[in-house]
Design a protein around this ligand. Structure first.
Ligand code: PMP
Length: 365
């Protein structure tokens, strides 16, 4: 008999938020902190809202151990804005781009509009599995030739994660952490800048977060840079040069608070390993399902998989959806399936998925 579950959402983003966060937001939606007002209609200049954003920043700084010589920005819009903003702000002479998939490649294409870019495609097919090429084979000049070195620690579509960071460019990394921020501890001083769209591990869509070394802001952006895309302007105005996405910012604050209450980043890391190991082990032990990524760089956040018989893909997705396991369709550019297992995904969601996959294999294998 096919089982069903309360919906578990495996979307790559916008992705599920922790239930406790949703409930808290719901409980104070019409009456925040006894004020009788909703965050929705508070001005971003109100003391009450300033209190919310100060706590959000302090909590994020605590979670990621962000030193004082780094600025934290809460920006309107998604991660793609930063593909253009980064070269406008930091590309003076030449930049290196490590291209490990679709998002890394999009960043390359935008940067090339503004200046000189050396891009190296580092993903290669080894016996039918995608693998990040050893960095000794990357074709770049010495890292001191570059203003910065851009890479994508987790490729959301391909399901490829740098489980170990490269050495190349350490200290001048610019990292698109959209899909794995807050899932493991990081050493901020290895980076000049980190950015992430919110809609996976941070909060709702419409917000992105930047952590940037203050020293990097000193030399100023390209003079043609619109003020709103100039990180120095955003930093000087406490991320309020114009009206920020206030509600998304507030929700991000609730998520940071939730992570702290769960025990912090190391707890998120443990859970991410457990969740992804459970699913990978099941896939590896099956002849019916297959993951196309080498062990050395399998994402803990996004797990793409294919079925032995692709003609039953649609049946798989339909029956999974009926069972309460939603948004398992792979990205339109690659097809197949993808299970995204961000911080808010409970272990019960992964167990349910494995149980469903077992059942489906039995019926169709
Ligand atoms: N980078 C990565 C790694 C992503 O996963 C995404 C979105 N899935 C983006 C960039 C683009 O984000 P946005 O749609 O917020 O611009």
């Amino acid at each position: 008999m096919k089982k069903s579950w309360p919906p578990f959402n495996f979307s790559a983003g916008p992705a599920m938020l922790p239930k406790e966060v949703m409930e808290k937001a719901q409980s104070e939606f019409l009456n925040w902190n006894g004020t009788g007002l909703s965050i929705m209609d508070l001005s971003h200049r109100e003391d009450a809202f300033i209190g919310i954003v100060e706590k959000a920043e302090a909590d994020l700084r605590q979670l990621l151990s962000i030193p004082n010589d780094y600025a934290v920005l809460f920006c309107a819009g998604g991660a793609s804005f930063h593909f253009s903003q980064i070269p406008l702000n930091f590309l003076k002479n030449k930049a290196a781009y490590v291209d490990s998939g679709i998002w890394g490649n999009k960043a390359v294409k935008e940067a090339q509009k503004y200046g000189k870019v050396d891009a190296c495609s580092v993903l290669k097919d080894v016996n039918g599995k995608w693998q990040i090429e050893d960095e000794s084979n990357w074709i770049f000049e010495s890292s001191d030739q570059y203003d910065y070195v851009h890479f994508t620690p987790n490729e959301t579509i391909g399901g490829v994660e740098f489980l170990q960071n490269p050495e190349f460019g350490r200290g001048k990394w610019v990292a698109d952490m959209s899909s794995n921020i807050l899932s493991k501890p990081i050493n901020i001083t290895d980076y000049g800048m980190i950015y992430a769209g919110a809609q996976k591990n941070i909060g709702p869509a419409g917000l992105s977060i930047v952590i940037v070394k203050k020293e990097w802001l000193e030399s100023g952006a390209n003079p043609l840079t619109p003020s709103l895309l100039d990180y120095r302007v955003l930093a000087e105005n406490q991320s309020m040069y114009n009206t920020p996405p206030t509600y998304s910012w507030y929700l991000a604050g609730l998520v940071f608070d939730w992570i702290i209450n769960q025990g912090g980043i190391s707890v998120m890391e443990d859970r991410a390993s457990k969740r992804s190991n459970t699913l990978y082990q099941f896939i590896d032990n099956s002849d019916f399902y297959r993951n196309p990524i080498a062990f050395s760089c399998r994402s803990r956040m996004n797990i793409p998989f294919t079925l032995k018989d692709e003609s039953v893909n649609d049946r798989f997705l339909k029956q999974a959806h009926e069972a309460g396991l939603v948004a398992l369709k792979g990205h339109r550019s690659v097809g197949g399936m993808r299970a995204s297992l961000y911080n808010a995904m409970p272990e019960a969601g992964v167990s349910a998925l494995v149980e469903f996959m077992q059942w489906f294999e039995m019926k169709n294998g």
